[in-house]
Structure formats: C-alpha cells, structure tokens
Design a protein around this ligand. Sequence first.
Ligand code: NAI
Ligand code: CS2
Length: 490
Amino acid sequence: MPSHRIETSSKSGEIGVVHLGLGAFHRAHQAVYLERYRQRTGDTRWGVCSANLRASIGLVDGLRAAGYRYHAAEYAGSESLTLREIGVIEETLFTGCDTEGNWGRDLEALLSRMASADTRIVTLTVTEKGYFLNPASGELRNDDPMIAADIAAPKQPRTAPGLLVEALARRREAGIAPFTVLSCDNMPDNGKRTRQAVVQLAEHRDPALASWIASDVAFPCSMVDRIVPAMTDADFERLATLGFTDPNAVVCEAFTQWVVEDHFPVGRPSWEAEGVEMVTDVAPFETMKLRMLNGSHSLLAYLGALAGIETVYDGVKHAKLRALLRRYMLEEAAPTLEMPEGIDLVTYADSLLDRFANDSLRHRLQQIAMDGSQKLPQRWLSGALARSRNGQPSPCVALGMAAWIRYTAGEDLQGSGYPVDDPLAKRFASLHQEHGSDSVALVAAFLAMDDVVPKGLAADKPFAQSVLTAYQALIQGGLDGALAPLERSL
Ligand code: NAI
Ligand code: CS2
C-alpha cells in the first residue's frame, strides 16, 4: 500500500481563465499549477471556467454535481502518492452535441465568459486534431465539415478556432483588450499554429477582424509535460482502497513540467514559484520533448500494440523495445536538436525511460496510438526530414512508420481487431482494402499522403525503401523479425 498524503483545496475565487478541452490532462496539469498558485498566494483572480466542445458532457455535469472539486492522484511510483484536491475550476460548460443531437447547450454562457474583461487567458487542450490544421502544412482545413459550419454560421461556433474568433470579435466590438491564447497541446509551435487557425478562419468572416487578431492578440507557445493516462476501472478501484470514490479523479505521474513563452499583455499569474518556466523561446524545449518523449511513446505504441502489449509499463519491460527506444532517442532524435547549454540529452533519455517504467500508471498503448496522422509529423517525420536533408538514415523512424502503416489495418499481428481512432481512419481503411497484401503499393500509398508525410521525406528513396523493408520484415517475422535488423546496437 503506497504511503499517501492529502492536499486540500483552497477557497473559491473569480474566473480569469477559460479553458477549452476539459479532459484529463487539463485537470492534472494546468489546473494543478493554478491550484498550487492560489494556495500559495491567496490570489483568487485566476479561477477557471472549463468547457467541453465535444463528448464528455458527463464530466461537465459530474464536476458541477461535485461542487467543481476533484482529486489529482500523483504517483511517484507504487510507494508514493500525493492526493491533491483541486478546487480552482469554478465553472464547467458544454457546447458539443448532446445525445438528442442538439448542439451548444452552454454556448452563449461560454462566449459571454470569454468576452468578459475578467477573462485574461484562454488555454486549450483540444487534442492535435482540434485545430483543424493540415498536419504537414499547418494550413486550416477549410474543407472539414466542422470548419465549413463555422464559416457558414460564425456566431454559433462549434470548433475551438470558431469560439476564439467569435469571442475576440465581441471583445473588439466592445473595445475590450483581447485575452491571451495559450495552447497546451502537443504541437510544434503550438501558439503559432493556433494563431494560424484563428486568423485564417477569421479571414472568411471579416478581413479587418483577422488583421486585428494577427496584430493585437498574443498566442504564446508552451511545452507541456506530464504523463496523464485515461482513467481505467483499476485506477478508480485503487483510489477506493484508500477511501476515495471520486468519479472525476485523474491519475498521473509526479513529474510535471510547463515551459511557457512569456507574452501575456493583459497579465498572468506569477506561477514561476510553482515551477512554471517562463522563457523567451520555447521551441528547443518543445522540439526536444515532442521528438524524444512523444516520438518514443509512438514508437512503443505501434510496435507494442501490434505485438499485443497493453501498456507503456509493459512495453518498456520488453528489453529489445526499451533498447530500441533508447537507440531512437540518442541516435535519431537527439542529433536533430539544438539545446541550450546544460541540457544533457543522454540523462534526459534515461529519465524518460524511467518515467515510462512507472508501475503505478496504466498508460494504454492504444490511447497513445490514436490520431497518428496528427501526431507523427512532429514526433518522427520533421526530425527524419532534417536527417534526410543531411543524407542521414532514420532506421528507427522507418520501422515506426512500417508499424504505423500496419497498425492502421485495425488488426494486430495475432489477428485481434481494434478500432483505428484517427481523423483519416476511413482513408487508411480504403488504402488497405485497395492494396491488401501488395506491400510495395501499400507502403508507397501511405508515404504519398503529403498531408501527413513531408514530400521531401517521401522522395528520399533510401528512406522509402527502409520503410518497405521494415514493413515486410514485420509481416513475415513479427516483432522479433522487425527488430532483428536493428539489433546490432540494441
Ligand atoms: P482527454 O481525452 O481526456 O481530453 C481531450 C479533450 O479534447 C476533451 O475535452 C475533448 O472533448 C476535446 N476534444 C477532442 N477532439 C476535439 C475537437 N476536435 N475539438 C474540440 N475539442 C476536442 O485527453 P487528455 O489526456 O486531456 O489530452 C488532451 C491533449 O492534451 C492531448 O491531445 C495533448 O495534446 C495534450 N497532452 C496530453 C498529455 C497526457 O499525458 N494526457 C500530456 C501532454 C499533453
Ligand atoms: C502521449 C502524450 O497520448 C499520447 O500521445 O504521447 O499524451 C504523453 O503522455 C504526454 O505528451 C506526456 O507529456
């Protein structure tokens, strides 16, 4: 039984932050930092209105029923648990589609909150797909039905970019200074990409509004890091053994990091004392984390899921997979990074493997495997492209791509099926149906998807050949067969 300590929440306060994407990570990361800030300073100006734009109306109403209080269970390992009561969320709203097909139950309430002068920061965790950007080019996907709906009806927005445009339009019309927009999603240059989505959507509505947003609204970038798996029944049961039956609880590791570009024209909490690192340039930290942590996560997710492995913890116990992750991090990801003085990437890589081996987290590989079309460009492909331009091979990424292509068939190597959770899942299914057992055509078709794979990388014939060779090894020899060619240094 782990030893555990309980941190209770402080009194309630005013709302200064609106969050879009009320999910596990927001509750275990941003909300925890804001709770710790409020407890340390007594400053009650930075309470949170947290909204869901899609599913999870249950979480919105569940938190309301619980008086907006929940627990973050922070595990440093099986022997150390901190149960932190969080009370900084003051309101929860739902603007998605309910079970009767009605959209936007709390839309006006949310827009009013975002348009209020009291709201000075809007944060987001809407997943990489929630920005509706072409993963390779970063351009807004105007052809997406949700974006098309927001273009047609801008005052009843359904997407995160749509909400931001309408709220900013209201503030501009009322002469209220804009809030700062802070993306906390795993995207490269997440502030710049959020700005791109919002400005390009605003262009459809009013070029003058778009120009004002482009010139007057701050979109700082941030790197966020805390492993927060989706809750499982076992997680709830474990908390219940400690006397906690909190249906809104989240489980996470003790480690947490937040590196934020310090550009908040209308103010922010002085959250540095909570460990938030305020910097002028987030990019090196963001690229390091996306390529080394998230790139390893995805490598493990696809190879492990195909081999029937359930969690990250189970995967890094597999000696050859652990060795592959370390080789990928040190030989393919680290050489593409330009880090400030004092950052030791070998130490960082080993710290990541230790974090992955946290026996208190049941981080399912299938959760990490979702949305690969939205994740792999920044996790693997941008680094592999940089290496390709230098004439350097990326055999680990090639193996990862082969595993991802095979994963998108929706069946593991033992023949067990699973849903492929990805905005492009229908396209993948048709490619598998069209090319079937013709691995040469199938791999070529996936590499030709230029909204996912950079054209320069797809055109790298040695890389394309290495993906095909890895794919064929995987099909013919399973996980061991696919790993064998890399084993010289695993
Ligand atoms: P979650 O599944 O608990 O929450 C996802 C949230 O995104 C929900 O509120 C959902 O309604 C919303 N969403 C999904 N698709 C959307 C769309 N198209 N438009 C608007 N909202 C949409 O997932 P979780 O764990 O909160 O992760 C969310 C994001 O946070 C991740 O995609 C990642 O970018 C970031 N993150 C997650 C970490 C983790 O370990 N869970 C760690 C670091 C970053
Ligand atoms: C994971 C991330 O689900 C995934 O794609 O790789 O959510 C990962 O847990 C976080 O980025 C860790 O900070």
